[in-house]
Design a protein around this ligand. Structure first.
Ligand code: GCB
Length: 599
């Protein structure tokens, strides 16, 4: 028995302690700590880290983080794990993809590595940044608990300034991907619960006072002649921040208030960003020794009645949904994978993508900015969520805030979606309203949406959430889950949404591997037929302002196990090899080519 509990007189008490994790669940690493890193020099901590899965949370119970490195022969006590020796794994990675025995592992896992640091000078600060760790990540430096972060898809920072020492330090991250009833998402999802630190881990050094947030946008008043800049500085100084948009001839000083915030509206007429003309401008902000930069596009998106207007002109979203999923690496995507994703979207003649069902890698939105693909980004408020739990709301809101802070300089992102197919209860309505309000407060330059509900008895769109959002997302599977395809026509006839509808999902499974069928459910031909009918019907509806079928690639999921699925959702237009296109791919590409030619 090596379990340790402060202040227990009875040594066995700790074996019965089921609150052992309470001191480690502060959720203090949240959006308020997230630092703007554009243009900053990062020191990568990617690479091999010591690793151990820990199903019973023995590490927290025995306080593995308090162990010091010692040679085995010098140890004075037996031990159940040595964080400084043994097996290693690469970071970033998903443990589920590394070894068969970890494929379905859900629980805690420990990552440990040394940090050899130069002294943090008096005029400096030191921050750790984790790009994403699924789902709860607890951070320990030299045995000291610094905090934890909730949410599997957004980045977070930890300040190390007062905790790091010159020379060798030890960093330990305990990552837990258990699905629980209070988390976002909850327990049941239609995508795989990969575990691990699957995006970059980095160190940043900043001056004592530095720019922690930098948001620039075209003032959305339809005059297209003003840029607004919002800034936040962190640290003791309140000197004005200089912002510069060289190509626009702008160099302005932004005064900073007592609380560290500054805002300035600058007259300027930038070329507008659009899918046809994805113009980006270099933007910099500097104060003292600190300097950040970004590439920013300027555009205006509006909802007017059942229309969506981009820069004042009606637009139709020719979209495709996509998960972050790879046959071999899970959620880890290389630049080439992302480039391939956009290449395929372009082959489909898309101008829009739905990044489902959680924040994707931040590089993807940067690429979309350059490629001219409009984006729908979302947080995983998916299916059942504990809507009455205020801790759950705080978690969801924090994930949304982190996503918005991370991506709000991306002109490509035009929609923040706050949920997917959640039951229409009072608790859910109030929960979602909080999220919509948060999005609107943080960002006046985007539309809000959610995948809303259909009343299946009346066969019409019906969801009280619609009053709070701009764009109604509808996931409809007429021809698949709703076997009678003609009900789609009836459904569209019955619905009077009064706002633009984006068909945020539609599709069918098509299996093209060994043992494939020639006809019927799961055959490629059935899938193609569903696409043919959907295209023919949806094109006729005036309030349908976009479609993003489900989905670009087949993706892994635990809950689908029939002989054609075998752990995969097969609704991809392209199979899981990300190469083999199914018949429906061309049908959609041709439809979108026709729409594109008309615009
Ligand atoms: C949906 C969900 C999506 C699923 C899809 C399906 O409505 O939003 O996450 O993967 O249906 O394939 O059933």
């Amino acid at each position: 028995m090596l379990e340790r509990m402060e202040g227990a007189d009875n040594g066995l008490a700790c074996l019965h302690d089921e609150d052992y994790d309470v001191p480690f669940n502060k959720q203090n690493l949240n959006s308020s700590m997230l630092i703007f890193t554009g243009g900053r020099k990062a020191e990568s901590l990617n690479g091999e880290w010591n690793f151990c899965v820990d199903l019973l949370d023995t590490g927290l119970r025995q306080k593995w983080f308090s162990f010091t490195p010692e040679a085995p022969e010098d140890k004075t006590e037996p031990y159940d794990y040595d964080p400084y020796a043994g097996e290693t794994v690469p970071v970033p990675s998903c443990w589920s993809m590394l070894k068969d025995k970890w494929y379905f592992f859900e629980g805690s896992a420990w990552y440990t590595r040394s940090l050899d640091l130069e002294e943090v000078r008096k005029d400096e600060r030191l921050f750790l940044r984790v790009g994403a760790a699924q789902y709860d990540c607890k951070v320990f430096l030299n045995g000291e608990f610094l905090g934890n972060h909730y949410g599997g898809s957004t980045p977070f920072n930890v300040e190390l300034t007062d905790h790091a020492k010159p020379g060798r330090n030890w960093l330990m991250l305990c990552v837990n991907n258990t699905r629980t009833l209070d988390r976002v998402p909850m327990r049941n999802t239609d995508w795989f619960n990969y575990g691990g630190i699957y995006r970059d881990v980095e160190l940043y050094r900043t001056p004592k006072t530095f720019i922690s947030d930098f948001f620039a946008y075209l003032v959305p008043d339809s005059s297209y002649d003003k840029i607004a800049v919002e800034l936040q500085v962190n640290g003791p100084d309140r000197a004005p921040v200089t912002v510069e948009f060289k190509e626009l001839g702008i160099k302005s000083e932004v005064p900073i208030d007592e609380d560290g915030f500054g805002k300035l509206v600058i007259p300027s007429k930038p070329e507008l960003w659009s899918p046809e003309h994805p113009r980006l401008y270099q933007a910099t902000a500097s104060v003292g020794e600190d300097r950040v930069e970004d590439m920013i596009g300027f555009r205006q998106i509006d909802q007017v009645g059942t229309d969506v207007l981009l820069n004042g002109k009606p637009i139709f979203f020719r979209g495709i949904s996509v998960h972050e999923d790879d046959e071999f690496t899970g959620k880890v995507l290389r630049d080439e994978d992302l480039e391939q994703r956009f290449r395929h979207a372009k082959e489909l003649n898309c101008n829009f993508m739905r990044f489902a069902h959680y924040p994707h890698d931040e590089r993807a939105a940067k690429m979309a900015d350059r490629e001219g693909i409009l984006l729908w980004e979302e947080i995983p408020v998916y299916w059942a969520i504990d809507f009455k739990n205020t801790d759950t709301l705080n978690d969801a809101r924090n994930q949304l805030q982190e996503l918005i802070k991370r991506d709000r300089n991306r002109a490509s992102v035009v929609i923040w979606s706050v949920g997917n197919e959640n039951p229409d209860t009072d608790e859910r309505l109030s929960f979602m309203k909080h999220l919509v309000d948060t999005a609107k407060e943080m960002d006046p330059t985007r539309l809000t949406s959610a995948a809303c509900l259909v009343n299946h008895t009346k066969n019409r769109i019906e969801d009280r959430l619609i009053q709070h959002i701009n764009v109604i997302g509808i996931n409809e599977y007429y021809g698949w889950y709703e076997e009678n395809f003609d009900d789609l026509i009836d459904f569209l006839d019955n619905s009077e949404p009064g706002k633009p509808v984006v068909i945020s999902e539609t599709g069918a499974d098509g299996y093209i591997g060994e043992g494939k069928l020639e006809k019927g459910f799961f055959s490629e031909s059935y899938m193609a037929e569903v696409y043919r009918k959907q295209i023919a019907t949806l094109r006729q509806r005036e309030f349908v302002k976009g479609i993003s079928p489900w989905i670009l690639y087949d993706f892994r999921v635990e809950r689908r196990q029939n002989m054609f699925q075998q752990g995969w959702n097969r609704k991809g237009l392209i199979a899981s090899d990300k190469k083999t296109k199914k018949t429906a791919f061309k049908l959609l590409a041709d439809f979108y080519a026709e729409l594109k030619a008309k615009n």
